[in-house]
Design a protein around this ligand. Structure first.
Ligand code: GCU
Length: 351
């Protein structure tokens, strides 16, 4: 097995020691363009499918600023929000061929490249966001998974971040039991696990890019979707599907991906400097998420959205258990990742 790019940074040395200490300022939220400066700067394109209000946008901009500092202007980042470079399932192909260097992606999309990623995308496997954060910060345990698609797809997973807790919402009525989902057409992320999950929960599955969901709901092609409050409100789904019900079925990560070709083209020192930035970038994305969730709830409430927290979670859990069992028991890698989750759950129980 080749040496992990992420872990090798420790061996190369502390190129940018002290950077975290000087970089603690607020995240910028300006144009999204970390200005390239000198003509020699290589500006990495970072594809993003949410708005420029989202904490992952701010984290991407911050990554550009800091990368420029630590590489003396050799590299920077420009974030392209709102699916400007395409929906996640499409743009990931451009990452693979190196025409886009960076992207934020929802976990399920990676199942298309290595099915073992499924373990983190299963319903009700994480007991709390803190348990998920504990797993996502265990770089050493995650390294084999994160580097598993470098050879086959030329994609390196740089970091995983929290992307909230996902719940179902629709234009018809509050959802309390699996029966309430009966016949409702619900959008899910593009993967077999997500399709099967929502079917077991009682609905009709419709996998599609996130950016297509609003108009599909507006025109009645879809009855609803499932997502965190942030995406539901920022993409205006809260206007057309106002019944938001706390099924709490998923705590699913987003990942920051990089084209392995682009990474390999950097000097070892610049790669190491990039890797050292990641924990802080991860933290900016995670911290911003919690705050933005509350703002989203407040805004959705102000436009008349209806929240329902009277949900029979046990019933939904029982329905999806076969999916969890089948997926985890498939091989030893998955069992190992599932054990990691269980350890994190024991240390970080639901509050
Ligand atoms: C969340 C997640 C995105 C994902 C989206 C989706 O918003 O942060 O990465 O694309 O859900 O449902 O597609």
């Amino acid at each position: 097995m080749k040496m992990s790019k992420v872990l090798m940074t420790g061996a190369i040395g502390l190129v940018s020691l002290g950077l975290a200490a000087c970089g603690g300022g607020g995240s910028s939220s300006g144009s999204g363009s970390a200005d390239a400066g000198s003509g020699a700067t290589k500006v990495f394109k970072l594809a993003f499918n949410q708005t420029d209000q989202h904490p992952q946008y701010a984290a991407g901009v911050e990554l550009g600023k800091r990368l420029e500092e630590v590489t003396d202007g050799r590299y920077s980042v420009k974030v392209y929000p709102n699916e400007q470079l395409g929906g996640q399932a499409d743009v990931i192909q451009n990452l693979s061929n190196g025409t886009v260097e960076l992207m934020w992606v929802g976990g399920p999309v990676l199942e298309g490249f290595n099915k073992d990623f499924v373990v983190f995308n299963l319903p009700y496997v994480f007991d709390s966001v803190d348990a998920q954060l504990a797993v996502l910060s265990d770089q050493e345990a995650l390294d084999p998974l994160f580097t598993s698609i470098e050879d086959s797809k030329q994609i390196t997973v740089l970091a995983g971040v929290n992307a909230g807790v996902r719940n179902v919402y629709n234009s018809k009525h509050a959802v309390r039991t699996p029966e309430d989902l009966n016949g409702l057409k619900i959008r899910v992320q593009q993967s077999d696990s997500q399709v099967r999950m929502i079917e077991l929960m009682g609905a009709v599955a419709s996998p599609m890019n996130n950016g297509e969901t609003y108009s599909a709901m507006q025109t009645g092609v879809l009855d609803g979707a499932e997502n965190n409050e942030v995406t539901w409100d920022a993409l205006k789904h809260s206007e057309v599907a106002k019944y938001y019900s706390y099924t709490r079925h998923l705590i699913i990560p987003d990942y920051l991906l990089m084209s392995t070709k682009a990474l390999d083209a950097m000097s070892q020192e610049d790669q190491a400097a990039l890797m050292e930035l990641l924990p802080e970038i991860q933290k900016i994305a995670n911290d911003g998420f919690a705050a933005f969730t509350q703002e989203s709830i407040d805004h959705a409430t102000s436009i008349g959205a209806q929240f329902n927290d009277d949900v029979d979670v046990a019933a939904f859990k029982a329905r999806v258990q076969p999916l969890v069992d089948e997926s985890v028991n498939e091989n030893d890698v998955r069992k190992g990742l599932y054990d990691l989750i269980q350890q994190a759950n024991a240390a970080n129980p639901a509050k």
